[in-house]
Design a protein. Structure first.
Length: 209
């Protein structure tokens, strides 16, 4: 079977945020004070202060994450939830002196869950790149940087993002990468997460003219 290969989708490097407890690592819903992801420090402090007070009162921070997005949030061979975002979140919770409860959910419902209050924060390499997200959610300082790439089979004629016009691409419908793919003319095939995307590509299902 042909292998997968990756190549950069452009020169942009996305800044990802763990969707800000104490201006450290986590992101909370924005309030009605008109703040966006890049809101002023006073507005962010008010929002974060309210969030921390709520978390301290219950002694637990509830965190939304996929659990299927290695190496950031996934299950190891023993079935334990781990990954960079997961372990950073655990470290922050330990600093705050509270327990952490992870609730695994699909990406397409994660931000809606955060907005609805089902989670205190999300930890899933979130990029607040769209105006809608910036107007709705607060964020921490960036704690990791990741370069965006496209993934295709090595027998594919897709060599750059310019080649995906009219191509079926496996992507979460509400992700910023899904938005970029649509802007480039791709046809989106909705998936639950990265693992399903790679499976479809290996089967030559989505990336096909």
């Amino acid at each position: 079977m042909p292998h997968l290969h990756t190549f950069t989708g452009g020169n942009d490097v996305e800044k990802f945020v763990l969707g800000g407890i104490a201006a450290l690592v986590l992101a909370a819903c924005g309030g009605s004070e008109g703040g966006s992801g890049a809101s002023s420090a006073p507005a962010q402090s008010a929002i974060s202060g309210s969030l921390i007070e709520r978390i301290n009162n219950k002694g637990t921070v509830t965190v939304g994450t996929e659990g299927t997005y290695a190496p950031f949030t996934y299950h190891d061979k023993d079935g334990k939830l781990t990954g960079y975002d997961v372990e950073v979140t655990r470290a922050v919770a330990e600093k705050l002196g509270v327990k952490v409860e992870f609730k695994e959910t699909q990406w397409d419902s994660m931000m809606a869950g955060l907005k609805a209050g089902r989670f205190d924060v999300v930890a899933n390499q979130v990029g607040l790149t769209s105006p809608e997200r910036q107007a709705t959610f607060d964020k921490s300082e960036p704690y990791s940087w990741s370069g965006a790439v496209l993934v295709a089979r090595n027998d594919s004629n897709i060599k750059s993002i310019a080649d995906i016009k009219g191509v079926k691409t496996a992507q979460s419908l509400t992700s910023n990468y899904g938005e970029k793919a649509k802007a480039a003319g791709a046809q989106l095939v909705p998936v639950d997460g990265l693992a399903q995307s790679l499976t479809l590509i290996e089967q030559n299902a989505p990336m096909r003219r």
